[in-house]
Design a protein around this ligand. Structure first.
Ligand code: GAL
Length: 401
């Protein structure tokens, strides 16, 4: 059945795409059956990234045990691009002298390589992007051995959307969706399975049409920053998006800032826990060679990673709020459930703890596993929960007997 939004003219094109995707039988995804995991250069290196940084990240992925914990993609973000030659072939700039060699280096370590471009003439950093060269670029990525493409809207707005449809928002959206569809098809016909990551900051409700243009994940928000207001704002924006996410097509609340900026230990725990609850792609963005032990412990926590990667692929829903404390739940394969109690405010201590209303949330009493301490907690109706500022209680509740 068509949703009511299908009758809004502005959404018509997206709706046609979305409803055709809904009616088609869903084959098992060939890539991104669970949320992609890896590392991306942007959050720490930004425009300074070099081939050596990518090699170091690949080496560290292995040495730290992150690869074995599930992190596979080593993704080069913006600023690798050079100029096109007379045949239109895009060459990497001097920072990336041998892309095929780099892909081989990464693959030899049991990892996969990701790259970055966009539908406009320029990337957000002002480097050459794919406008008019989509098939050519997709073929080149495949020939290099690229396994993942992040495709960032950037100058497509100034290059195409505004000149062609300055005052016509629906037409702007149609042009944008068509541009993402074009690269989706180019990747599909490149002959190589390549994860397709849409980056257009959640515009025009991308979760409604991202899968229908071949997207395996799509950013739902603006850029994450390594501070609590940014991370909490992004968490809040994910409420209500659970139904759009699933195996092969994920909501992407942006990359991880775990270990970056001045996030406290509690904030790092809460950030990583909530990304796992949200079935979010887990793309670390920290300086791996200088990673502190407590940050490594967060990023490699097997129970939290297993939660993120749960095969049911159901994103958490926010089911309860009490002041600044929020409860999110997520159904897991086999009838288990994950529960997160997030304190977005100041600490809740012994005199005024948070009380967990189990029955009202349809949760059963009994033992559950605390995924950060590894200990068993026995859940009881209205049990008091003490939480530090910006901290989280993250539990796995086994299926009821
Ligand atoms: C932004 C994007 C960031 C990063 C940056 C590179 O648009 O959201 O994640 O890729 O461009 O220039």
């Amino acid at each position: 059945m068509r949703s009511s939004s299908c009758f809004v003219a502005a959404a018509l094109f997206a709706c046609v795409l979305a409803s055709s995707a809904q009616s088609a039988p869903k084959p098992a995804p060939t890539v991104a059956a669970t949320p992609p995991m890896g590392w991306n250069s942007w959050n720490f290196f930004a425009e300074k990234v070099t081939e050596q940084d990518i090699k170091n990240a690949a080496d560290q992925m292995v040495a730290t045990g992150m690869r074995d914990a599930g992190y596979v993609y080593i993704n080069i973000d913006d600023t690798w691009e050079g100029e096109r030659d007379a045949q239109g072939v895009l060459h990497p700039n001097a920072k990336f002298p041998d892309m095929k060699g780099l892909a081989d280096y990464v693959h030899a370590r049991g990892l996969k390589l990701g790259i970055y471009s966009g539908p406009g003439a320029k990337t957000c950093g002002g480097y050459t992007a794919s406008l008019g060269h989509e098939e050519q670029d997709a073929k080149m990525y495949a020939a290099w051995g690229v396994d993942y493409l992040k495709y960032d809207l950037c100058s497509f707005r100034e290059d195409v959307m505004y000149p062609k449809a300055l005052h016509d928002k629906p037409e702007q959206a149609r042009l944008m969706i068509a541009a993402y569809d074009k690269m989706g098809k180019a990747l599909e016909s490149s002959g190589r399975p390549i994860v397709y990551s849409l980056c257009q900051y959640g515009w025009d409700s991308v979760w409604e049409w991202g899968a229908s243009v071949g997207g395996n994940l799509w950013r739902t928000t603006g850029d994450v920053e390594a501070n609590w207001p940014s991370i909490y704002n992004i968490i809040s924006e994910q409420a209500g998006l659970a139904k759009y996410s699933g195996p092969g097509h994920w909501n992407d609340p942006d990359m991880l800032e775990v270990g970056n900026g001045r996030l406290t230990l509690e904030e790092n725990h809460a950030h990583f826990s909530m990304w796992a609850m949200l079935a979010a792609p887990l793309l670390a963005g920290n300086d791996l060679p200088k990673m502190k032990p407590e940050i490594k412990a967060i990023l490699t926590n097997k129970d939290v990673i297993a939660l993120d990667q749960d095969s049911l692929g159901q994103q958490a829903r926010r089911v309860y709020t009490d002041g600044e404390v929020e409860v999110w739940t997520r159904p897991l394969a086999g009838g288990a459930e994950a529960l997160a109690v997030l304190n977005a405010g100041p600490e809740r201590v012994a005199t005024h703890p948070f009380h967990l209303p189990l029955a009202a949330l349809d949760l059963h009493a009994g033992p559950a596993k605390d995924l950060w301490t590894g200990k068993t907690i026995v859940l009881q109706e209205n049990m008091p929960v003490e939480l530090k500022r910006h901290d989280i209680l993250l539990l796995r509740i086994p299926a009821a007997q």
